[in-house]
Ligand binder design. Structure first.
Ligand code: F6P
Length: 497
């Protein structure tokens, strides 16, 4: 059993960032790279040559290269559930039979999108995509980031079981021109199934004669979808080996592919494939997902950092932090090793964040002067998304660059309340432009970084048993068959009598 040996990592004692820059003119080149339209700059982190060497040894010890190859080969890397994690096969990189299957399912998805466009299911102007977690966050991010000028369909993504969510969405749409897409890997998720029932009732009440005829399913469990009432021809399956939070590349990406067009969806997959190749083929010290994982683990294991802040300096990426919260925290928020032994080291830090410059006026005080050391990640786009005459974009990016510089440099002051300690790390990603290809590469970067973190932590990133207990208790409470503690019993009594 592989237990990560943190001895050399914890013994690292890098100099302050400004000194690291002064001592090594090659630092920027060593810790930055351009991959798939994204400039990665990790030079304002405390990674040093010695740190990279120590992590490379840890990567060797934990078998990172072999595990990465196993991931791409379609081996059962999700050991607790005995299955593969084949999101890269959706992008054309994986076991040949898995890639062939993904291609065939994509062709089916494309055909249904064409049929919908040709009004084979009746007129469609609106799409209500119902799903939660990995069945909603990815499509939501894609459409919000890339769909500003898309006018094919109006799309609403509904996830919460709170009736307000679906009520808001449905109130905007005409039932006679709405398609309901039920997105659920398992097709058993309570929130999604309740929202789906409500959407069906809304179609019926809206005078749609064959409401089931306006419903499609995006799922890895077609039998359940058929049982629910979806016609087999309107089911877009995806493989069981594609995890929920890694599923936007599969038919779960339907609303994005429909709204943005198939060409855009293909470009998204191609961008991700470029990052797949980078991750699979590049040596550790130049491999950006791996280097980023090294920095993550340095701060978590040696720096005592319990959180990481992600700030998108672009409105189009405002949903990125919530997308990453699921990807990183559901994957690596574990306290046992892949072999089921308790871990004696911190696993995933809390991912949190927001958008710049808003966040500067809300939470950056703590980043600059608080007692917590928080590694910060800044993401900006060179080509502006806006068409404003005034130079909003220049200000936006200059603010992002200034924050990274200020966090690192700090500033002394005779009055301690006005002093900035500095030496606070930032990692920066600068995208040439925000298009499907670059966004695909960015998301794939985060997936591989999460995987590299997991391998070095010795944990399985592909299960999520931790989400089950609360769901089970809610279901049992619904049936009236759950004995709760006095506090919970009182809360239930207050709410429902
Ligand atoms: O796609 P499904 O099966 O409805 O699951 C939705 C989400 O629920 C979870 O299982 C967590 O509760 C996620 O992993 C998943 O993305």
């Amino acid at each position: 059993m592989a237990i990560p040996d943190w001895t050399h990592i914890r013994a690292l004692d890098p100099a302050p960032l400004t000194e690291l820059f002064a001592a090594d003119p090659g630092r920027l080149a060593m810790l930055s790279a351009d991959v798939a339209g994204i400039h990665f700059d990790w030079s304002k982190t405390h990674l040093t040559r010695a740190a990279i060497d120590a992590f490379a040894a840890l990567a060797e010890q934990m078998g990172l290269a072999a595990k990465r190859d196993a991931l791409f080969a379609g081996a059962a890397v999700n050991v607790t559930e005995g299955r593969a994690a084949e999101h890269s096969a959706e992008r054309g990189d994986g076991a040949p039979e898995s890639v062939a299957r993904a291609n065939a399912l994509h062709a089916r998805m494309r055909a249904l999108i064409d049929a919908i466009e040709a009004e084979a299911l009746g007129p469609v102007r609106h799409i209500v995509h119902i799903g939660i977690g990995g069945s909603a966050l990815g499509p939501d991010l894609l459409i919000d980031a890339l769909g500003r000028d898309a006018d094919r369909y109006e799309v609403a993504i509904v996830s919460n079981v709170d009736g307000l969510a679906i009520e808001d969405a449905l109130s905007r749409f005409d039932p006679g021109a709405t398609l309901i897409a039920i997105a659920s890997k398992t097709f058993t998720t309570t929130e999604t199934m309740l929202n789906a029932e409500s959407a069906l009732a809304w179609l019926r009440e809206g005078g749609v004669e064959d409401p089931y005829g306006r419903v499609i399913a995006l799922t890895a469990n077609p039998d359940k979808a058929i049982e629910w009432g979806v016609d087999e021809t309107r089911i877009l399956p995806f493989s069981e080996s594609v995890g929920g939070r890694y599923s936007l590349w599969s038919s779960i990406g339907f609303p994005a592919a429909a709204a943005l067009g198939w060409a855009a969806f293909e470009e998204l997959l191609e961008g991700a494939a470029e990052m797949d190749r980078h991750f699979r083929l590049t040596p550790a010290e130049r491999n950006m997902p791996v280097l980023a994982a090294f920095a993550d683990l340095f701060y978590a294991q040696a720096g005592g950092c319990q959180t990481r802040g992600v700030f998108a300096y672009d409105e189009r990426l405002r949903l990125l932090p919530s997308y990453l919260q699921q990807l990183e925290m559901e994957s690596n928020g574990k306290s046992v090793t892949a072999e089921g032994e308790p871990v004696a080291w911190p696993t995933a830090p809390v991912t949190w964040g927001g958008v710049g410059t808003d966040a500067q006026h809300a939470v950056f005080q703590l980043l600059h002067q608080g007692t917590h050391l928080i590694p910060v990640e800044l993401i900006g786009v060179i080509e502006p998304g806006d068409g404003m005459a005034e130079d909003h974009h220049r200000q936006l990016l200059l603010n992002m660059f200034a924050q990274g510089a200020a966090l690192m440099a700090g500033r002394g002051h005779a009055d301690a309340a006005r002093a900035y300690p500095g030496d606070r790390p930032t990692a920066t990603m600068l995208l040439d432009r925000l298009d499907p290809r670059t966004l695909g590469a960015l998301i794939a970067f985060y997936e591989h970084r999460t995987f590299a973190n997991a391998v070095l932590l010795g944990i399985n990133p592909f299960d999520q048993f931790g989400v089950e207990l609360g769901k089970e208790m809610a279901k049992a409470a619904e049936r009236g068959g759950q004995d709760f503690d006095p506090s919970t019993t009182d809360l239930i009594r207050r709410a429902f009598g």
